[in-house]
Design a protein around this ligand. Structure first.
Ligand code: ZN
Length: 88
């Protein structure tokens, strides 16, 4: 028997799905797509488990390090806004 999860915001039903997370670190915008989450059918609020959030954080930190070391080798593109999209 599985217990149904209810959204604390709107009391809608929460179902497993996928979402995307957006981070902005060191002037770089990182979009992580396809993150496993529980999503409210009614208001669309997504709930991510601590375990998944931890994995995503680790991934984002690694990407940031790689971007920073890449930028150092490419001084001409170091200005302006950067965007990176990752699908997990
Ligand atoms: Zn809701």
């Amino acid at each position: 028997m599985s217990k149904q999860k209810i959204c604390p915001e709107c009391k809608g039903l929460i179902k497993p799905g996928r979402t995307e997370l957006i981070y902005e670190l060191s002037g770089v915008k990182i979009t992580v797509k396809n993150v496993i989450a529980n999503i409210c059918c009614k208001c669309g609020q997504s709930f991510i488990s601590g375990r998944v959030a931890e994995d995503v954080n680790r991934l984002v930190n690694r990407v940031i390090e790689e971007i920073n070391s890449f930028i150092k080798t490419q001084p001409k593109i170091s200005r302006g806004r950067k965007e990176v999209a990752i699908a997990v």
